[in-house]
Write a protein that binds this ligand. Structure first.
Ligand code: NAP
Ligand code: GLV
Length: 309
């Protein structure tokens, strides 16, 4: 059997368990951490590699990104013949469904207010709200967005979904394309962003679009910080059009200490943790796709570099 050479270049990731896992899953492979000047490899496993990495690896057959989003990767000059493969679910979809459902429910059920009251020793009740007054719009109905939309539908929220091409999902009212964006927003009070970051979607959560949400709107951004225009969100909170937000992703991460989001009590922050890369699931997926490519079989999850996702 041919020996495959895999080079590993992942920022902020301890390499040893990945190397051991990849080697166990692909015993015919030699797997090594990339160093400047390293020999040519067949495949790369990457997260936010430097441009120098690709400049020195011009003959790669495939580039495996250990995340779902490829926005940072596609900013680099990649070897044109290499296929780019992203993680598809690999244990992230259920995490994203958990996170988004808790954010919607925490808002809808006033759980933040109850937590504050109980800490202060106050036994108070808030009037129950109608689910029908809280239609949730999910932007992006891909691997993660579809799972989230269906999980929300199980909690009996009215759910709208927006995608580039039409999608049919049980319990989800579908909207697609730029022409239906305004109607999608007008039908939604809570907005969940699960779009990839591309030239078409950068700054998509701006004042004009967020103003189209129903009054008392709520924004949940779990995709990328550059989808959201931070000042526009703050202005719409100040005007009272928006009631709050849950944000997991930011233009600059970690969120700078002087950013106003830290001091806005209506915004709940988490540190880009809504759906984490799970090493074992990811290695199993990467190894099986690498083996399939070697056998000349088609694989799912190939990135369309032209579309940017
Ligand atoms: P995906 O399967 O590629 O789905 C992307 C969805 O967005 C598809 O439904 C696609 O429409 C839609 N879309 C793309 N461009 C659009 C446009 N211009 N207008 C309308 N819809 C558009 O991606 P995924 O695996 O679900 O991941 C989504 C994103 O989540 C990632 O790109 C990443 O940024 C983010 N993410 C965040 C975390 C975290 O921890 N915060 C973790 C993982 C991923 P079509 O279906 O018509 O193609
Ligand atoms: C995380 O943000 C990912 O894209 O997987």
């Amino acid at each position: 059997m041919t020996v495959l050479n895999i080079t590993f270049c992942c920022t902020n990731t301890a390499p040893e368990p990945w190397l051991a896992g990849l080697h166990a899953a692909l015993p015919q492979a030699e797997v090594a951490v990339w160093q400047p000047g390293a020999a040519q490899a067949d495949y790369a496993v990457v997260w936010q590699p430097p441009q120098q990495f690709f400049d020195e690896q011009p003959q790669l057959k495939g580039i495996f990104n250990i995340g779902a989003g490829v926005d940072a990767l596609l900013k680099l000059r990649l070897p044109p013949q290499a296929v780019v493969v992203r993680l598809e679910d690999a244990g992230m979809a259920v995490q994203m469904a958990e996170y988004v459902c808790q954010a919607v429910i925490r808002h809808f059920r006033d759980l933040e207010a109850y937590a504050t009251d109980m800490r202060a020793g106050h036994w108070t009740y808030y009037k129950p709200r109608q689910r029908s007054d809280f239609p949730v719009g999910v932007m992006g109905l891909g691997v993660l967005g579809a799972r989230v939309a269906q999980a929300l539908a199980h909690f009996e929220f009215p759910v709208n979904g927006w995608s580039r091409t039409p999608k049919l999902l049980d319990g989800v009212r579908g909207f697609n394309g730029a022409a239906q964006l305004d109607a999608f927003l007008a039908a939604s009070r809570v907005l969940v962003n699960l779009l990839p970051l591309t030239p078409d979607t950068t700054n998509i959560l701006n004042r004009e679009r967020l103003s189209r949400l129903q009054p008392g709107g709520y924004v949940i951004n779990v995709a990328r910080g550059a989808h959201l225009v931070d000042d526009d969100l703050l202005a719409l909170l100040d005007s009272g059009h928006l009631a709050g937000a849950t944000l997991d992703v930011f233009r600059t991460e970690p969120l700078p200490a002087d950013h106003p989001f830290w001091r806005e009590p209506r915004i709940i922050l988490t540190p880009h943790t809504s759906a984490r890369t799970l090493r074992e699931d990811s290695i199993a997926q990467i190894a099986s796709k690498m083996a399939a490519i070697e056998r000349g079989e088609p694989v799912a999850g190939l990135v369309d570099v032209g579309l940017g996702y």
